[in-house]
Design a protein around this ligand. Sequence first.
Ligand code: ATP
Ligand code: MG
Length: 234
Amino acid sequence: MLQVNQIDTRYGKIQALWEVCLRIEEGEIVALVGANGAGKTTLLNTVCGVLRPAAGSVEFLGKRIDGLSAHAIVDLGISQVPEGSKLFPDMSVRENLEMGAYPHHAWKEKQQTLKQVFDLFPRLKERERQLARTLSGGERQMLAIGRGLMSKPRLCMFDELSYGLAPLLVAEIFGIIRGLRDQGITILLIEQNVKHSLEIADRAYVLENGHVCLEGDCAELLQSDYVRKAYMGL
Ligand SMILES: Nc1ncnc2c1ncn2[C@@H]1O[C@H](COP(=O)(O)OP(=O)(O)OP(=O)(O)O)[C@@H](O)[C@H]1O
Ligand SMILES: [Mg+2]
């Protein structure tokens, strides 16, 4: 579904990604893990058209998308839930959700998708008219996921979904992510929470200093001495 080929991404003179390759098959949950500053968000922003790669290419469903606008990429069915859930603080829960439905194909089905999001997160339904800035951290994260779903994505990419959440809520949200996959949405999970994400994903990539240093099936990576020592403190 998604193929990232030998991407270099730079911020002026600073090179943040070096010949990064990554592929996601339809129906998979893939995790991209790594420490602070490894380049995870940079890779996400390169895929969704916020940053342009200096070299390499990105293909989605066989079509080259690097060079397209971020808007056009959302229209093709790629959605991202950004780090720190950048919501519209002075808009209500419902208005934030509706803003997510701006691609043409999603706008037509807005009411139906809204109902699905409220079924997934009854707490958002209860707080439909509340301003986003008054939500708790966990509720904000739910709203960010819901807004991402409103664009009716085929591939949804989540940046640090579990950050700052209590363990129970992390388990609940990761359970919801699995449910989304079962409904046919392909998932890229970007996480510092290595143990949790390797437990729910199918395959993973480990990014270090802008390079992919390891990749493989999660079951294997969970057994890897390197991953256990470097990322799980074992
Ligand atoms: N706008 C920017 N201008 C210059 N350098 C940047 C910019 N954004 C990121 N970088 C640099 O690129 C590198 C990768 O940053 P990135 O945000 O992709 O890391 P990350 O893996 O998402 O980290 P974190 O887990 O802390 O979110 C870092 O060295 C960072 O300082
Ligand atoms: Mg980041």
